[in-house]
Design a protein around this ligand. Structure first.
Ligand SMILES: *Cc1c(COP(=O)(O)O)cnc(C)c1O
Length: 232
């Protein structure tokens, strides 16, 4: 799959989008849920505007990016033509980029430490913009991953509420190459304990499992766009 192949890739992406929507609907049905209660975030990181356009033409409006700068380069011109696009930030955020993130994104999935809560609170007060926030949990307790420790979640939630962030739910990236269902189930329990309804979990390889366990947002990149040039 390359982008040099114009039409073939466009048709492929439209087809893959339809297939993924159908798979989400099927998983929702199995779990007795409504498909419209699950948002498909098309993760367009590393992919150029030309690769994103076919999905916009198919009606996809929710997209995820993992870098503020890349999104700032790519999205303003697309948003000018598709003003109802909803942009989600799903990659780690430095506090010094909080204002840029608040200006550009409609939802921030990576709130994982008090210093970032403070920076986001300040950026929201100054800009008047209030993107939904998800608290990222390091559900597999992996040192290389972002996310707060499970034990720190109640304090982080208190801090986020004290800073008046609009906290919508929890987000996780479970450990790779192991069965994700137990981690998703733990996330669902943590969200219930926190009184939060949003659950951002499930990617290309495991989104159906995530949907059956209660995901409200699945973040899908490679299954839609094909493999990325590098693992971002
Ligand atoms: C890249 C990424 C995804 C999408 O991953 P795929 O396996 O390509 O679907 C989802 N969530 C986060 C946080 C990511 O960085």
């Amino acid at each position: 799959m390359t982008d040099t192949n114009g039409m073939t890739d466009e048709t492929d992406r439209a087809q893959r989008l339809a297939e993924i929507r159908a798979r989400i609907a099927k998983a929702a049905e199995i779990a007795g849920r409504k498909p419209e209660d699950i948002a498909l975030i098309a993760v367009s990181k590393t992919h150029p505007a030309a690769a994103i356009e076919p999905l916009l033409e198919q009606g996809q409006r929710i997209f995820g990016e993992n870098r503020v700068q890349e999104a700032a380069d790519k999205w303003p011109s697309l948003k000018a033509r598709y003003p109802d696009v909803v942009l989600h930030l799903i990659g780690q955020l430095q506090s010094n980029k909080a204002a840029d993130a608040v200006a550009l994104f409609d939802c921030i999935h990576v709130v994982d430490r008090p210093s970032l809560v403070t920076a986001l609170g300040k950026a929201m007060r100054e800009s008047g913009r209030r993107p939904d926030c998800y608290l990222q949990v390091n559900i597999g307790d992996e040192p290389q991953k972002g996310g707060c420790a499970i034990a720190d979640l109640p304090a982080l939630l208190d801090a986020a509420r004290a800073a008046d962030l609009p906290v919508a739910g929890l987000m996780c990236l479970p450990p790779a190459d192991v069965e994700p269902a137990p981690y998703f189930a733990l996330m669902a329990k943590l969200a219930r304990d926190c009184g939060l309804s949003g659950l951002s979990m499930g990617m290309s390889d495991d989104f159906e499992t995530a949907v059956t366990i209660g995901a409200t947002h699945v973040r899908i990149g490679s299954a839609l766009f094909g493999a990325r040039g590098h693992r971002a």
